[in-house]
Ligand binder design. Structure first.
Ligand code: NAP
Length: 449
């Protein structure tokens, strides 16, 4: 891949890039089928991704007609990287085997290694024979919605496609690698004013939050709506806060430390709750929830904004879901895309039906939603929330930090990019948007706020 990197850094033309041979193998972060039972009897919190995530050479797969080879400049850690590396709630090899049975091209994915990663900023190296809108040399970012567009179910809302998958989680050949294989309909133009690593962190989390709060399929927020956001400086939460502010809403952000309170305030969120300082105990034991704690949270929110929230942005799951349903406004919406702390949820249904609330599910985003979100980032309305970047050889360290809830925003991973800060092609735009705005999370991580 060094020839590709030299060509990209040297400003080679698309034709020159297309003339460089694709290597037979490439460096990739992967888990092994042979190790999928390695954590038997180990508590989730004790599972260390540094032991299960390997970085080494894997064979380059053949390219399908609707796909492209990418030279990955940077990628990012998502929570799905944590799930794959701790083999929870299931081993992802089951996903690959199912895809392997679907088609001739699908068969390539059922390997004894799983190359992970659902984000990338990259350069197109080669396009398949059916690819029309992209060419070698294009600088791109990737969204992770992997669908077979010859299936009718993929054409109203592609998230409803019968064979919808998350690239790099439910498919192989993901982004935490020097090379990746994606469908052409996963590509979007790279925001010109961002570095490779800043551009790599947005695809999965920002698009997820966009669908949850802005797209018409989940809980479309309107101007003036109040939105309660759990994990407000985390991956999806930090984009949710920005989308609420950008859309004329009133965010209430929850975090768990004074440092995160400071970061949230610096983002412009005036209504902040430190859940650790408040010491909420929604569960009095493993089986019993304490309604008085839900009430205490609801009172806190009313004290901050004078009303109950129109929308609750929910993802912690079991630990918070009862409280989320309780605090939503009469007629309000709880929108959920995850259950980090446990997926068997409990809430008091009386608070739901008597107050005509709704629970709405959401999952990633369709191409149009991801494209619209990328456009907001390209225009400088939404900023990347990258707090730090790691090189690919340290992908396990970065994944461990996310697993342990020790990182703010997003952690980027440099793949081909040899150093931080490269890849900006429109410095004037960057200056106009504001270096300080773009690098807020990085400055916070360096203790400069
Ligand atoms: P993240 O960067 O780790 O952030 C999650 C935040 O949630 C943390 O910063 C933490 O904030 C808060 N949190 C964690 N455990 C909590 C608990 N028990 N109670 C209250 N708050 C808690 O992760 P992320 O990238 O935002 O992802 C969050 C979840 O969404 C994950 O489960 C992920 O798999 C899922 N997800 C789903 C989709 C989808 O398409 N369906 C897409 C993206 C992510 P504080 O400690 O500061 O409060």
């Amino acid at each position: 891949m060094q020839d590709f990197l030299d060509a990209i850094e040297g400003g080679a033309s698309g034709e020159d890039i297309a003339a460089i041979p694709i290597p037979e193998s490439y460096r990739a972060a992967h888990v092994l089928r042979a190790e999928q039972d390695m954590w038997e009897g180990v508590e989730s919190a004790e599972k260390d991704p540094r032991k299960s995530l390997h970085v080494g050479e894997v064979a380059t797969p053949e390219l399908a007609p609707d796909e492209v080879y990418l030279g990955v400049m940077a990628s990012s850690i998502n929570f799905n990287t944590v799930w794959t590396s701790i083999f929870e709630p299931v081993s992802t090899f089951g996903f690959l085997d199912r895809l392997g049975k679907e088609s001739v091209w699908g068969k390539r994915h059922a390997q004894d290694y799983h190359v992970v990663g659902s984000d990338a900023s990259a350069v197109v190296l080669r396009v398949g024979s059916a690819v029309r809108n992209w060419k070698p040399g294009d600088r791109v970012v990737v969204h992770c919605n992997h669908v077979d567009d010859q299936d009718p179910s993929a054409h109203d809302d592609s998230m409803l496609a019968a064979n919808q998958r998350i690239w790099g989680f439910e498919t192989n050949f993901g982004g935490l690698a020097d090379l990746a294989v994606v469908k052409a309909n996963q590509l979007m133009p790279k925001p010109e004013h961002l570095t490779w690593e800043e551009a790599a962190v947005n695809g999965l989390c920002a698009s997820t939050s966009y669908r949850m709060l802005v797209g018409r399929h989940a809980a479309p927020m309107k101007q003036g709506d109040s939105v309660f956001v759990w994990g407000a400086t985390g991956g999806i939460g930090a984009y949710a806060i920005q989308l609420v502010l950008n859309g004329g809403g009133i965010p209430v952000g929850v975090v768990s430390s004074p440092e995160r309170v400071k970061l949230l305030e610096a983002m412009g969120c005036e209504n902040v709750i430190d859940r650790a300082a408040e010491g909420y105990q929604f569960w009095s034991d493993e089986h019993t929830q304490d309604e008085s704690e839900w009430r205490r949270l609801g009172k806190k929110v009313r004290g901050l904004i004078g009303e109950d929230p129109d929308i609750v942005f929910e993802h912690p799951g079991r630990s918070t879901f009862g409280a989320s349903v309780f605090i939503a406004k009469r007629g309000g919406t709880v929108v959920t895309c995850a259950a980090t702390s446990g997926y068997m949820l409990e809430y008091d249904n009386r608070h739901l039906w008597m107050k005509l609330k709704r629970i709405v599910s959401s999952h990633f985003a369709n191409y149009q939603e991801a494209w619209d979100m990328n456009r907001l980032i390209s225009r400088g309305a939404i900023q990347p929330v990258m707090s730090a970047s790691y090189d690919l050889d340290h992908v396990g360290d970065a994944t461990l930090l996310v697993h342990q809830n020790k990182a703010e925003g997003k952690l980027a991973v440099r793949c081909l990019a040899p150093a931080e800060g490269l890849g900006i092609t429109n410095p004037e735009k960057r200056a106009a948007i504001g270096e300080d705005k773009i690098t807020l999370f990085q400055r916070h991580a360096r203790g400069e706020l």
